[in-house]
Design a protein around this ligand. Structure first.
Ligand SMILES: Nc1ncnc2c1ncn2[C@@H]1O[C@H](COP(=O)(O)O)[C@@H](OP(=O)(O)O)[C@H]1O
Ligand SMILES: [Mg+2]
Ligand SMILES: [Mg+2]
Ligand SMILES: [Mg+2]
Length: 290
């Protein structure tokens, strides 16, 4: 989070167009934050697979020593772990890293949409994650420090207070910078009372976690596993779920292809996931074949 803020303060974003579509940018903040996260994780967990959005890591990467994060969260470490979590083999773990989620919004100065996502998948299932929001409340609080939300299935969540969304209306959150006719059609089929358009998969799932929306719907193949792993891990710790628009789980094992090519459909536990999936017309679903 500090690296992302430092790059913005210096003002030299070093924007590169990644070329896989409209609004697919990378900045110096994406690159540096990924190097920090990957090097810090590898130092303590050399045997787990780590996959980051900004490409494979270089074993010889010498990051500035002050970037290496070595401390751990005592509240999490002191938790009472369920037995199935105690016996995990490092070979079964994949950490999905999105060093800066909401890059479009970052470059446009919509800074509170930005998050850092570190997701934990075990045997292909997203079971936990961390969402760091470096610019939380930055407009209203002087010296705002950002915040870190976490969740682990079987243990719970921390860093925020879960809220139930309003029971008298139905609110969907979706993309603000990657919309198209199909994305819109899927939203119309669900007939929401309100649509909240914000940047980043992390930010949208925070809307679900904090009761600002009931569902996150994105009928597009634009999101990748690193966008959804961490948010999904936390959402699942609260009884919610993310699937594709057919209602099937994504596989987060190390050998999968990265795109969430059948769309993103996330819900809180307060609405019926399969009932909502059932409202998406079949011809629209057929646009997202396996
Ligand atoms: N058509 C597309 N092409 C490339 N990336 C896309 C995309 N649609 C969504 N994404 C990625 O999915 C994440 C959430 O998108 P959105 O804010 O539109 O909901 C963003 O992650 P990054 O900012 O980490 O790249 C965004 O780039
Ligand atoms: Mg990106
Ligand atoms: Mg992302
Ligand atoms: Mg990113």
């Amino acid at each position: 989070g500090n690296i992302i803020k430092d790059v913005m303060t210096k003002g030299e974003l070093g924007i590169v167009e990644k070329g896989s579509g409209v609004n697919d940018l990378q900045t110096e903040a994406d690159r540096s934050a990924q190097r920090c996260i990957v090097a810090s994780l590898l130092k303590q967990f050399p045997n787990v697979t780590i996959i980051g959005e900004e490409g494979p890591h270089n074993e010889e990467d010498n990051i500035p020593s002050e970037w290496l994060v070595t401390d751990m969260d005592e509240t999490v470490l002191n938790s009472n772990y369920p037995n199935d979590l105690k016996a995990i083999n490092p070979d079964d773990i994949v950490v999905w890293v999105d060093p800066l989620d909401g890059t479009s919004e970052y470059t446009q100065g919509l800074l509170d949409h930005v998050t850092v996502l570190i997701g934990l998948a075990v045997k292909g299932k997203p079971i936990g994650g961390v969402i760091h929001q470096p610019y939380h409340n930055y407009k209203t609080e002087k010296d705002a420090k950002g915040r870190t939300l976490w969740g682990l299935v079987g243990i719970g969540v921390g860093g925020f207070v879960p809220f139930e969304p309003p029971s008298d209306k139905f609110i969907i959150t979706t993309t603000r910078s990657h919309s198209d006719a199909i994305v819109t059609k899927a939203l119309e089929a669900l007939n929401p009372d309100e649509i909240i358009r914000v940047g980043g998969a992390g930010h949208k799932v925070m809307m679900l976690l904090e009761g600002k929306a009931h569902a996150y719907v994105f009928a597009s193949k634009g999101c990748k596993r690193w966008d959804t792993c961490a948010p999904e891990g936390i959402l699942r710790a609260l009884g919610g779920v993310i699937t594709d628009i057919h209602g099937r789980d994504y596989d987060y094992s190390k050998d999968v292809s990265y795109p969430n090519a059948q769309g993103v459909f996330g819900t809180t536990k307060y609405v019926n996931h399969q009932t909502l999936i059932g409202k998406i017309p079949q011809d629209l679903k057929d646009r997202f074949p396996y």
